[in-house]
Ligand binder design. Structure first.
Ligand SMILES: CC(C)(COP(=O)(O)OP(=O)(O)OC[C@H]1O[C@@H](n2cnc3c(N)ncnc32)[C@H](O)[C@@H]1OP(=O)(O)O)[C@@H](O)C(=O)NCCC(=O)NCCS
Length: 173
């Protein structure tokens, strides 16, 4: 099995359109803003994601972030987002990393793999401490955080939702 985590690129927009339509629009606080877009709108969205990765044209209150696609044997299976740093709001909820696996590929260990591969990207980027927030009722999400070395820092009610805060020391990866 060959695993690759690649930053989203404009040249991949055509081949990734169906993938982003199959990925649900919103689950457990993880949004797929490309869901429901036309092909033309999707290409514009991809460019905005690439801009964000370079810290360009950021909306007020937004920090730079990179969108990665995880390919398994050349097939897109999941997407992750890595924020390059956090503002005060994101330190309370949001954190550095979000992950999303296509429904048909869930429960096969890919959630663990995409989290680990994205943590490695964070380390490469020089992020020493990574924060990840998971809803308490989203068991697959927080199991992946614990399995990949996250330490449970606290459990808080954030926007009315019981939320677990995990801290990762990337020097241990
Ligand atoms: C969270 C998510 C990425 C996990 O991906 P996945 O590929 O299903 O995860 P894995 O197969 O690697 O399983 C991860 C762990 O959760 C456990 N798990 C999976 N489904 C489970 C379920 N329904 N109930 C309990 N545990 C479950 C697995 O056993 C595994 O633990 P283990 O390695 O100790 O056995 C995926 O479910 C998803 O995309 N959910 C929607 C978006 C989301 O919630 N993202 C997280 C918030 S940003």
């Amino acid at each position: 099995m060959k695993i690759q985590l690649k930053p989203l690129q404009l040249s991949d927009a055509n081949t990734l359109y169906d993938f982003f339509q199959k990925l649900p629009a919103s689950e457990n606080g993880k949004n797929n803003r490309a869901h429901g877009l036309s092909k033309e709108e999707f290409a514009v969205w991809v460019q905005k994601e690439i801009d964000s990765s370079h810290g360009k044209n950021l909306r007020d209150g937004y920090v730079p972030g990179t969108t990665f696609i995880m390919y398994v044997d050349g097939k897109p299976v999941g997407v992750s987002n890595l924020r390059h740093y956090l503002n005060d709001n994101l330190k309370k909820d949001g954190g550095h990393i979000g992950t999303h696996i296509l429904p048909e590929y869930r429960g096969q260990g890919y959630g663990n793999i995409i989290k680990l591969e994205t943590l490695k990207k964070a380390k490469e980027m020089g992020i020493k401490q990574v924060l990840i927030f998971n809803h308490d009722d989203n068991i697959p999400a927080w199991r992946t955080s614990e399995k990949m070395g996250g330490k449970l820092d606290s459990i808080n009610i954030v926007n009315g939702i019981k939320t677990r805060k995990y801290v990762f020391d990337t020097s241990k990866l």
